[in-house]
Design a protein around this ligand. Structure first.
Ligand code: DGJ
Length: 531
């Protein structure tokens, strides 16, 4: 069985969290074993001791195992050189009490393109910490990546934070750190300040030319119409990469950056989206410029199925671990959990699920109400008990995921010898084409954007199968000498300390119409055969 390898699914605490990659797949190792981040992110202004009581009940209700919380530069270094980590210490202690791991988000030079989270002594001093200038000389509210003073100040603060964490967090409650937040600049493709111009007129650095397999030359010669944007991406990535490398020298936790995305199908010009940030077209530049950044994360707020799944393809790469580090918290986003995990993701995180009364429609829900909470809680209720097993199966072998598409049509998954059809909006018994029965109602779920399934290979003919509001029907591609497919066994059960425990067999009405998953958490081991 695939689960019995060198490390257990629940190894002992103590190992430093790490990102590992093998055969083009990735795992976030926590306590020495692959870990699946069933995450949520607090609202931007929830990172204060007074607000945490409105955070934990939401985390508990969701059954999240991981929480993303900003640590703002303005909060830890309000006065230059004087550091205050009291919020972090409070957060660490409360997270441990709640048995929840943390991902810290460093809100420094960039928070959604701007320096609003830098201390007043930074954001109000244009001389010492210069801002980006447009081609027309207008000053934007985005700091220039070409100021050594800004880099030095941010690096000092971020390394101080990581150094404090190294001594305050021996048990690794914090498993991952995001460096800056949605970097890039709106309103221009790049910085045109004199400092930036000087670098832009120099040749493209040899390391970048080599990494991309290009010929030497100026930015315009090498990159043509993309020169401005690619230059800005290189400049920001180099800056952030330097900060990450400096902090890792003190405390080498895995680190990532997140992207304010551009439309993957019809992107506008750079500047209409955050130019220079890690958008899909500059991932290779970021990889070359910032090797200390372990992976790049898409923040997906687009509800459309084609866009959502395209982002998963663009950011899930052999050289980039997929983590949906932010996604909309509206009900239609919850179903994408299945497509995300099927793409071998190491985690998923709906944004802003705390009880501070905020909602972020149109990017997210109109209200964080009981229905919204339940849509995401149902996912985690299903996966929390098998999170370690899933993370290991996803890292070591084949997994598939399907989320209900916008048109509600069924999807065919290729499992090698077998196929799985994932369909939606059906009753648990019976087939939608039973016309002999006369007209009958469709389930309410037929019109809802809900539902998805997950499958992991356990062996050539054996699969772990689960889902919500969906039907999974297996098929055989080539019958050969056989007459057809039959279930050898369909076991429902759960894992205890990495070992499968069967609760019952499914048969008869529970298998005759496909495997029907409702809103209850059900995990199956399915063994296929032929007769
Ligand atoms: C993306 C940002 O990264 C978050 O900090 C937050 O501002 C959300 N947008 C709000 O939708």
């Amino acid at each position: 069985m695939l689960l019995a390898t060198a490390y257990s699914t629940r190894a002992a605490a103590g190992d430093l969290p790490a990102l590992v990659s093998k055969n083009g797949r990735h795992a976030l190792m926590v306590d020495g074993a692959p870990y699946l981040m069933l995450c949520t992110q607090v609202n931007n202004s929830s990172a204060w001791p007074a607000v945490l009581p409105k955070v934990w009940p939401a985390v508990e209700q969701l059954r999240a195992n991981t929480l993303q919380v900003p640590i703002a530069w303005e909060q830890i270094e309000a006065t230059e050189g004087q550091f205050d980590f009291s919020f972090l210490d409070t957060l660490l202690s409360q997270a441990r009490d709640h048995k929840v791991r943390l991902v810290l988000l460093w809100f420094g030079t960039w928070k959604n393109n701007g320096p609003n989270y830098t201390p007043a002594w930074v954001k109000l001093d244009n001389q010492r910490f210069p801002r980006v200038l447009t081609a027309k000389g207008e000053m934007l509210n985005s700091l220039s990546p070409h100021a050594a003073t800004t880099l030095a100040a941010d690096r000092k603060a971020f390394t101080a934070l990581m150094r404090h964490l190294a001594q305050a967090d021996a048990t690794h409650t914090v498993i991952l750190v995001q460096v800056e937040n949605e970097s890039g600049t709106y309103g221009t493709a790049r910085d045109y300040s004199p400092a930036a111009e000087k670098v832009f007129q120099s040749p493209v650095p040899a390391s970048l030319v080599k990494a991309l397999g290009k010929s030497k030359g100026s930015w315009s010669q090498v990159f043509g119409k993309d020169a401005d944007e690619f230059f800005h991406a290189w400049s920001i990535a180099s800056y952030i990469g330097e900060i990450a490398a400096a902090a890792k020298a003190d405390y080498p936790l895995p680190m990532y950056v997140n992207a304010a995305l551009r439309d993957p199908i019809s992107p506008g010009p750079p500047g209409s989206y955050a130019s220079g940030g890690p958008t899909d077209n500059v991932i290779d530049i970021w990889k070359a410029a910032a090797p200390a950044v372990d992976f790049i994360v898409p923040d997906i707020y687009d509800r459309r199925f084609d866009r959502y799944t395209r982002y998963l393809e663009l950011y899930g790469r052999p050289d980039n671990a997929l983590f949906v580090g932010e996604t909309g918290n509206d009900i239609p986003f919850a179903r994408y959990f299945f497509a995300v995990l099927g793409a071998h993701a190491i985690g998923f995180s709906p944004f802003g699920l705390d009880f501070t009364g905020y909602s972020n429609y149109p990017l997210g829900a109109k209200a964080v109400d009981a229905d919204v909470m339940e849509a995401f809680a149902a996912n985690y209720r299903l996966l929390a008990p098998i999170a370690r097993e899933w993370a290991k199966l996803s890292f070591e072998g084949e997994v598939w995921g399907a989320s209900k598409p916008d048109d509600g049509k069924s999807q065919l998954l290729d499992l090698g010898r077998w196929t799985a059809t994932v369909s939606y909006g059906e009753w648990q018994f019976g087939m939608p084409d039973w016309t002999w029965l006369g007209p009958f109602d469709k389930p309410a779920a037929a019109t809802e954007k809900k539902g998805g399934a997950l499958i992991a290979r356990l062996g050539p003919d054996e699969f772990l199968v689960t889902g919500l509001s969906t039907r999974v029907t297996f098929g055989i591609k080539d019958k050969g000498a056989a007459h057809g497919l039959i279930f050898d066994r369909v076991e429902e059960g759960h894992y205890e300390s990495g070992r499968w425990v069967m609760e019952r067999l499914w048969n008869g009405d529970q298998t005759d119409y496909g495997l029907n998953f409702t809103t209850l958490p059900q995990v199956l081991r399915v063994k296929l055969a032929t007769y």
